[in-house]
Design a protein around this ligand. Structure first.
Ligand code: AMP
Ligand code: MG
Length: 326
């Protein structure tokens, strides 16, 4: 069965083609906001509208198939920025109507988890989901992906981006912070874990303040050390409580090598193992949507009608994961 998947929740317009457990293609066009500003939903949506056709064509071409070969149309139904979600919804409806093939709505967060499980081969992990829009510690329990810990304010990716913007490093900030942190030394910054939850705004505010008195490399290094240790602490507690030995790291921030090091040390000390989603599939992409659409189609989900809408605030734990095998 071949699925074409559309991702458009935020800055990325992506299209992927997946046949059963094999990714045939993954193409994307990412909206980059002007230097110094964040993502404006309307501007991102305008970008997506401009690239829809081209990215779909490229994805079919690299998969070496034509639209007639596609069995189902999958799209990222939420959560996300409404104007951006709308573009994906309309594209999916149009393709479904043209091809007369069924359409499946996919939860963006669940799709990040599923592509991570597919590509790393991990079975029943605690999942650390860290991206520009999310920071959650998740694991499967009683039919759903349950959230065991999360940020109380901004997501970790956003925290790194805000700091980078204020430090004049550009966007996206995560990779820039990672690069300059390599030559940094530790300066004192807050460390904020409350039970299973995390908070990043106070740390970012203090880090920005410290830019006046300390080299940017040192502040970047310390920001990484504190926030990544916080993520490791909460992940470790979830692993202990749930008696799970595998940790799967997903989302754009997962490509950070220093974070992988910290999590590797933590999981090894527990006799476990960390699995990091391959960088190409760590950020938003259409392949994860295509693959999760297939899981839905093969496991009892009903296709959506053409009156379907996006779900702006679709919680991870609201999705019935009918395909989970440990
Ligand atoms: P996503 O929302 O999943 O597309 O991921 C985008 C986020 O990942 C942005 O906030 C980036 O700053 C962040 N990111 C990307 N690469 C890295 C990296 N090497 N280290 C830390 N954060 C990163
Ligand atoms: Mg994402």
């Amino acid at each position: 069965m071949i699925s074409l998947g559309i991702e458009s929740t935020s800055h990325t317009f992506g299209v992927g083609v997946v046949e059963d457990g094999r990714v045939l293609s993954e193409e994307r066009d990412v909206f980059v906001p002007p230097m110094g500003s964040g993502i404006h939903p309307k501007h991102a949506a305008e970008h997506h509208i401009n690239v829809v056709e081209g990215v779909i064509e490229r994805a079919l071409e690299s998969a070496k198939i034509s639209l007639e070969n596609v069995d189902i149309i999958s799209f990222s139904q939420g959560p996300g920025l409404p104007p951006c979600l709308q573009v994906g919804l309309v594209a999916a409806k149009t393709l479904s109507e043209v091809t007369k093939k069924p359409m499946y709505g996919v939860n963006h967060c669940v799709a990040h988890i599923e592509i991570g499980r597919l590509l790393t081969g991990v079975h029943d992990p605690v999942v650390l989901y860290i991206s520009g829009g999310n920071t959650q510690v998740i694991s499967f329990a009683s039919g759903r992906y349950r959230v065991f810990g999360e940020t109380e304010d901004i997501p970790i990716g956003n925290a790194l981006d805000v700091f980078a913007r204020r430090a004049g490093l550009g966007y996206p900030g995560g990779p820039k912070v990672e690069e300059i942190a390599k030559s940094g030394k530790y300066v004192e910054l807050p460390y904020v874990v409350k039970g299973m939850d995390l908070s990043f705004t106070g740390i970012v505010t203090d880090a920005i303040r410290k830019l006046k008195t300390h080299p940017v490399n040192d502040v970047a290094f310390s920001l990484q050390e504190n926030t990544f240790s916080m993520l490791a602490e909460v992940s470790e507690r979830a692993m202990a409580q749930l008696e799970k030995s595998e940790l799967l790291v997903i989302g754009g921030v997962a490509s950070n090598k220093r974070l992988a090091e910290i999590l590797d040390t933590m999981t090894k000390e527990r006799g476990g193992k960390v699995y990091v989603v391959p960088t190409r599939y760590a950020g938003d992409n259409g392949a994860m949507i295509a693959y999760t659409g297939l899981l839905e189609a093969k496991n009892g989900w009903k296709p959506l009608g053409l009156n379907a809408n996006f779900i702006q605030k679709w919680r991870t734990d609201a999705v019935e994961v009918t395909w989970y095998e440990k």
